[in-house]
Design a protein around this ligand. Structure first.
Ligand SMILES: Cc1cc2nc3c(=O)[nH]c(=O)nc-3n(C[C@H](O)[C@H](O)[C@H](O)COP(=O)(O)OP(=O)(O)OC[C@H]3O[C@@H](n4cnc5c(N)ncnc54)[C@H](O)[C@@H]3O)c2cc1C
Length: 407
């Protein structure tokens, strides 16, 4: 790790630290935002005038932060990424190996161009790294009296009732009044691998990424943003917060808007494992339960309940699964997957952040962008949100249609 720069604090009008609970930042009265550019001449100018080593600092290297440093580094931006835990960890919102993605749900909504772009970007990441990141399994969505007329003519999908479901996927049981949709484009993203791949490509393009380094405080002035971590001090032109469940600890003005909840994931070993294997069944959502086919490189059939979750604090969260967590999984197995209603292999705890989604420049600060509060649905968009953040931080605006996500 490079040694940190000296802060040059005489330019600063106010110092703020997260621990002190003070609202961070120094607002400029007027003037245009100093936005870094990929071009060397701007870079040299930036170094000359402010002594800034980095153009952009990204705080948090989970789903959004890893994608952000990937897009920035590929543009030639000098970026520093800071992660409080290991780079690749299961303590935030992105652990548990897999996440779902789908198309049908977003067709005709403002998310349609974003999800379509995300599929392109997963394939691009796979080509760059030669790692399988996205598995197109199709997405099965079953619910009571489900109706799908709104999708007619807008995308490829199939509708079938419980009897056809039994013929096609005998391992899945649903009540007679349930109706299902099959979206052939959906599938699973290997979430932890995606983060690792984004970080690896970023590093290969010159990004500096620091694991096990926690941001303690930050502030902006008319020349730069200054950051204090538990290992050093750094300066940059811009800062991007991709800090997941911890966001409101750094951006205190969002404290009342963002809330965090605790949820659980579980893995079991089905009796007839062949029927649950990747290639034999799609990703699925039945009522509020959802899950994944078994991967060849990780044991077990993964499932969970999608609900709001129990309120928590990311620094105080109980990471020990309890009886209530297991009950959600057992209910789903008993109702819909009796062949897999077996002892647990594993359980993990994860966090949703509510109050978003937000991908935006911060309206109160000249040098701040953020991506936060994606509840239970952000991973699938993380590559495209990372691309938008890279544009917002370097060019002040994004070419992607994302006004609905602005703060
Ligand atoms: C159980 C569960 C199931 C889900 N299922 C799906 C799904 O199927 N499909 C889907 O699209 N989405 C799903 N999601 C949502 C998706 O996983 C999240 O929206 C996404 O992972 C959020 O990414 P993030 O980068 O905001 O947060 P994270 O990945 O948690 O990253 C935030 C990072 O910031 C770091 N950080 C925080 N504070 C500091 C600090 N002070 N200094 C340094 N680093 C710091 C954290 O350590 C962390 O690594 C699910 C979420 C959960 C919890």
């Amino acid at each position: 790790m490079n040694s940190p720069e000296s802060p040059g604090s005489k330019n600063l009008t106010r110092r703020t630290f997260i621990e002190s609970g003070v609202v961070a930042g120094t607002l400029l009265a007027s003037g245009s935002t100093t936005v870094a550019s990929a071009e060397d001449k701007t870079l040299n100018q930036t170094e000359k005038t402010t002594g800034t080593k980095y153009q952009i600092i990204v705080v948090g290297l989970g789903a959004m932060g890893s994608a952000c440093v990937y897009h920035l580094a590929k543009r030639g931006i000098r970026v520093l990424g800071i992660e409080q835990f290991d780079i690749g960890h299961g303590l935030g919102s992105s652990g548990g190996h897999t996440r779902q993605t789908k198309l049908a749900l977003y067709v005709g909504t403002p998310y349609e161009p974003l999800i379509r772009r995300s599929f392109e970007l997963w394939r691009q990441l796979e080509r760059e790294t030669r790692q399988p990141v996205f598995e197109q399994t199709g997405w099965l969505w079953y619910r009571a009296n489900g109706e799908w007329d709104n999708l007619a003519g807008k995308c490829d999908y199939e509708v079938f009732g419980p009897r056809q479901l039994q013929q096609r996927y005998p391992q899945i049981v649903v009540p007679g009044h349930f109706n299902g949709l099959f979206d052939p484009v959906g599938g699973l993203i290997r979430s932890e691998r995606a983060i690792a791949c984004h970080c690896r490509v970023a590093l290969e393009h010159g990004a500096e990424l620091h694991g096990r380094e926690k941001l303690l405080g930050w502030e902006e002035n008319d020349k730069h943003v200054e950051v204090q971590t538990d290992r050093g001090q750094y300066r940059a032109d811009q800062i991007v917060f991709c800090s997941g469940a911890w966001t409101s600890k750094m951006l205190k003005d969002l404290e009342r808007r963002l809330t965090v909840t605790r949820l659980a994931l579980g893995w079991v070993w089905p009796k007839d494992r062949e029927r649950f294997a990747l290639g034999k069944m799609p990703i699925w959502k039945i009522d509020n339960y959802y899950g994944f086919p078994m991967l060849p490189d990780y044991p077990g059939f993964k499932l969970a309940m999608h609900w709001r979750g129990q309120p928590t604090d990311p620094d105080q969260i109980d990471r020990e699964p309890n009886q209530g967590d297991e009950t959600h999984i057992r209910e789903c197995l008993a109702r819909h997957f009796p062949e897999a209603d077996n002892p647990l292999l594993a359980m993990k705890i994860c966090m949703y952040t509510h109050g978003g989604p937000i991908v935006s420049r911060h309206p109160k600060f000249q040098r701040v962008c953020l991506a936060a509060a994606f509840g239970g649905g952000g991973f699938k968009f993380s590559n495209v949100y990372g691309e938008a953040l890279a544009e917002l931080a370097t060019e002040n605006e994004t070419t992607l249609p994302m006004k609905h996500l602005a703060l």
